[in-house]
Ligand binder design. Structure first.
Ligand code: S3P
Length: 428
């Protein structure tokens, strides 16, 4: 008999939550944001905007932001603390570059090691003066002001780089064009268009025309985060128990490559499209226990599943054959070096895995996985290995379970519900 799925609601999308707050701050008028993600990274964006004089209320399920356009942003009296958040840093660098004041961006130890020259170069070419105090990372001091139009070809498919340039152009009121090697997530383009900017997209090239007025305020209900849903769907396909369904997930095509990869592995993953929400397609994703075969993913698929690759490697331990991830050198500059972190932790729990310069390989097996995972404070490492730890027979200790607060504070509770509820069902 097929079992009824367990429904788990996951929190709002992180990329959209950052952007909703930033766009509300740049707009002229009253914006309303519902279901914003309440996580450490999003609190960092809210804090940076407050330091620039925007009255962002305490974050909650339904918030209102009254703003007077980018020209009303004020010189900050304190450092702009971006915490662990690369998105906060790089998107707000684009905004700050176009504002006639000085700002200093700082972050935690992990963020301070991440490369910033990738946004410094285009923003400097537009006319901002930017100093990196130690090598390629934070602290970063931006002396913003009038900027000029730019056509930029990015070496990396990165929505953060692209968005920094688009935001700089919008705030400065100049035309900007960005070409990427392959298409990164397009939330910024969609939101800009919805708020009155003229956006042209041609393959991997995006152009935003010079804005003359301010952006219109927004009214958005943030759909659930596909990157958070991915953990529960991965659990569902590996756990011999009831299916799991996650409703109201953002199904933006630039974000859902992981679910395609699971299907390619033979997983029973179904997507039912629902209504559009906040300019994004949404729907329900359902996963059910399946026999899995190894998969190979390369450069073309990587951007659409960039944050899910540690999880894909973990799923690879339970799939027949050798799973190969290539074309993913970007993983080395995420919250940790995710190639090294994933491989060393897979080995620590008894799996067979190898590093490649641009990815990794992992062997599937049936053996129990046991050991201690060192997350390096990386939320997605904690959750990916947390899923493996929830499978019967495995015993995995996570050194820093609290780091999930960066993107999914309720993760461990939802995981307990997904597994506890399913085993209760299995007993009855
Ligand atoms: C993000 C873009 C991605 C992703 C990050 C969020 C965004 O980074 O890894 O978690 O919201 O724009 P890159 O653009 O650097 O690949």
């Amino acid at each position: 008999m097929t079992r009824a799925p367990i429904e788990i609601r996951v929190p709002g999308d992180k990329s959209l939550s950052h952007r909703a707050l930033i766009f509300a701050a740049l707009a002229s008028g009253r914006s309303r944001i519902r279901d914003v993600l309440l996580s450490a990274d999003v609190h960092s964006t809210a804090g940076v905007l407050r330091a620039l004089g925007v009255s962002v209320p305490a974050l909650g399920g339904d918030i209102v932001i009254d703003a007077r356009g980018a020209r009303a942003l004020l010189a900050p009296h304190i450092d702009l603390d971006c915490g662990n958040s690369g998105t906060t840093t790089r998107l707000m660098a684009g905004v700050a570059a176009a504002c006639a004041f000085q700002s200093r961006f700082v972050g935690d130890a992990s963020l301070s090691k991440r490369p910033m020259r990738r946004v410094v170069r285009p923003l400097t070419a537009m006319g901002a003066r930017i100093e990196l105090e130690s090598g390629d990372g934070l602290p970063m001091v931006i002396h913003g002001g009038a900027l000029q139009s730019i056509r930029w070809t990015s070496e990396t498919a990165s929505a953060q780089i692209k968005s920094a340039i688009l935001l700089a152009g919008v705030v400065a009121g100049v035309e900007v064009e960005v070409t990427e090697p392959s298409r990164s997530r397009d939330h910024t383009e969609r939101m800009l268009r919805a708020l009155g900017a003229h956006v042209e997209i041609d393959g991997t090239r995006v152009r935003v025309a010079a804005m003359t007025g301010a952006l219109s305020p927004l009214d958005i209900r943030v759909p659930a985060d596909p990157s958070s849903a991915a953990f529960l769907i991965a659990l569902a396909v590996m756990l011999p128990s009831a299916p799991i369904s996650v409703p109201n997930v953002c199904l933006n095509p630039t974000r859902i490559g992981f679910f395609d990869a699971l299907r390619q592995m033979g997983a029973d993953v179904r997507i039912d499209e629902g209504a559009e929400q906040g300019g994004e397609p949404t729907g329900t994703i359902r996963g059910a226990h399946s026999e899995l075969a190894a998969v190979s993913v390369g450069e073309a698929q990587v951007p659409s599943m960039i944050d899910e690759l540690p999880l894909l490697a973990c799923v690879g331990t339970r799939a027949r054959g050798t799973t190969v991830i290539g074309g993913a050198e970007e993983l080395r500059v995420k919250e940790s070096d995710r190639i090294a972190t994933v491989v060393s932790n897979l080995r620590a729990i008894g799996a067979t895995a190898d590093e490649r310069p641009d990815g990794l390989t992992v062997e599937g097996s049936q053996g129990a996985l046991r050991g201690r995972v060192i997350t390096h404070g990386d939320h997605r490492i904690a959750m990916a290995f947390g899923i493996l730890g929830a499978l019967p027979g495995n015993e995995i200790e996570i050194d820093d379970p609290a780091c999930v607060a960066v993107s999914y504070p309720g993760f461990w509770d939802d995981l307990a519900r997904a597994t506890g509820a399913s085993s209760t069902r299995a007993l009855t």
